[in-house]
Design a protein. Structure first.
Length: 83
């Protein structure tokens, strides 16, 4: 059985009936959308989604930084005036 990663849940039917009320009742918390009592989607506030995307971008940039640190070994030092 899949675990539900939210304190709030609603069926797809409930979501269809009145999505605005459902979002208001969740008070900013994620809502697990269930189909036959299994989570099929999570509805999260826009602000939470934006924060999540920023964190993912930061994580990906961190990976790039680590990869490029290894390139430092083969880097050629130059004086800025030579450019």
């Amino acid at each position: 059985m899949k675990s539900v990663l939210s304190n709030c849940s609603a069926s797809i039917s409930e979501l269809k009936k009145n999505p605005s009320a459902l979002i208001e009742q969740a008070d900013g918390e994620p809502i697990a959308i269930l189909n036959h009592n299994k989570p099929t989607a999570y509805l999260i506030p826009a602000g939470t989604y934006e924060e999540l995307m920023e964190k993912m971008e930061d994580y990906q940039l961190g990976i790039i930084v680590k990869e490029r640190q290894n390139e430092k070994i083969v880097a050629v030092e130059m004086d800025i005036d030579e450019l």
